[in-house]
Design a protein around this ligand. Structure first.
Ligand code: PCP
Length: 386
């Protein structure tokens, strides 16, 4: 028996996590002996908050979900940048064989893509500064590895949850919680105990907002640990925050004045793109929680665009199977009929972004490691900036 209110892999794979109206549709089609082949496309007409682009993540999970299901799937790569209105995935098969997977397919793509997109936006705002994913505690723990994977692919440099890190082949990143300081009774006692007990490969980053003024605690940490202190973290509570930029300036100044210019400054607690932009000149690493783990989802829809080989779509949707093309040289994009010849841009053929993923439920594409996907994402984000 399961003890948590979550579905198992098996239940999802069996198509049990589905809205009932899909099952009813399939029941009716079967009762009527209707077996029609359809083409469906996954597309978001608009992106959250007027974003100009988003990152597609969740493709690997969808490929696992549909493995063994008699359906052909073309998809953009995991980590691909897409724009509103572009189909990111195309599915073709007999509707009753895969229609009931729509709920799970969209759920896998909408949430992970939203998280990855926010992570990428935070990373872009931070420039060469570090972003750590600290938001597992805001979501159901069963989702932490999925959220952290999307955050990492989007650009986060590290993630804090042990299980997520294990699944990603990373070392978890973290500092120390307030509870350590409160239980030890005094900040410096906690800092020294941390240094004494933790293995050498754990960075000494002391939390300096628990009992006294941040600059006072930061100096105390530097005096206690000397060269062994890697950084200090400010998680100053909202009620004490005032002007966080001024607090950061003071901490940096006081540390530098005493020769502790090597000590990095971490900032966490309520950090989002705006806070990153405003403080990045004073901060070396940001711990971002809610903003990334509770990122706005990408509202993909999955719609029929062809029935029995004929273009057919509901109002407000363009009928027919389509291809999306990109020019890697100038960033130009184009949507054409699926079988149209490659458009030319910058004197060469544009790249088709919807590539075969599954053929009759068989995986026909290599799946890359999160590290490889992330590194491609970062290269693309850089080229978009320049
Ligand atoms: C930090 C902060 C939030 C976490 C990280 C993410 O925790 O206070 O709890 O923040 P966000 O969702 O606001 O972005 P800690 O300072 O480690 O909190 P504590 O030690 O009190 O557990």
């Amino acid at each position: 028996m399961k003890i948590f209110h979550t579905a198992t892999d098996e239940e999802i794979k069996n198509g049990e996590v589905t809205d009932v109206y899909f099952i009813r549709t399939i029941e009716i089609l079967r009762a009527k002996g209707i077996k029609k082949r359809v083409v469906m496309e996954v597309k978001a007409n608009s992106l959250p908050n007027g974003y100009e682009w988003a990152l597609l993540v969740g493709v690997e999970e969808v490929s696992r979900l549909l493995e063994g299901v008699p359906v052909d799937v073309w998809s953009m790569e995991e980590g691909e940048i897409f724009k509103g209105g572009e189909p990111v995935m195309v599915l073709e098969g007999e509707y009753t064989q895969f229609g009931h997977y729509e709920t799970a397919i969209l759920g896998m793509l909408c949430q992970a893509s939203g998280v990855a997109t926010k992570s990428a936006r935070c990373k872009m705002a931070a420039g060469d500064k570090i972003i750590l994913s600290f938001g597992a505690r805001r979501m159901h723990p069963s989702l932490a590895p999925m959220i952290d994977r999307a955050a990492y692919i989007g650009g986060c440099d590290g993630i804090s949850v042990i299980k997520s890190a294990q699944m990603l082949g990373l070392k978890p990143s973290g500092t120390m919680p307030h509870s350590l300081i409160l239980i030890m009774g005094e900040p410096v006692r906690a800092f020294l105990a941390f240094d004494e007990v933790m293995p050498e490969d754990v960075k000494r980053v002391c939390l300096v907002d628990t009992l006294y003024d941040e600059k006072q605690e930061a100096i105390a940490a530097a005096e206690a640990l000397g060269k062994r202190l890697f950084g200090v973290r400010l998680d100053t509570p909202e009620s004490r925050r005032g002007n966080i930029k001024e607090i950061l300036k003071e901490v940096r100044w006081e540390l530098d004045l005493r020769g502790y210019d090597y000590v990095k400054i971490y900032l966490s607690g309520g950090v989002d793109e705006k806070e990153i932009e405003e403080t990045k000149e004073l901060v070396d690493a940001f711990g971002v929680g809610t903003a990334i783990s509770n990122a706005p989802t990408i509202n993909f829809a999955m719609d029929i665009v062809e029935v029995e080989g004929k273009p057919f779509a509901k109002r407000g949707k363009l009928a027919g199977k389509k291809q999306v093309w990109a020019c890697r040289e100038c960033g130009n994009r184009k949507i054409t009929r699926f079988d149209a010849p490659p458009p030319i841009c910058c004197q060469r053929e544009m790249e088709p972004l919807l590539k075969p993923l599954l053929k009759e439920g068989k995986l026909v594409r290599e799946l890359y490691s999160p590290e490889e996907i992330r590194s491609r994402v970062l290269t693309r984000l850089k080229s978009m900036k320049s």
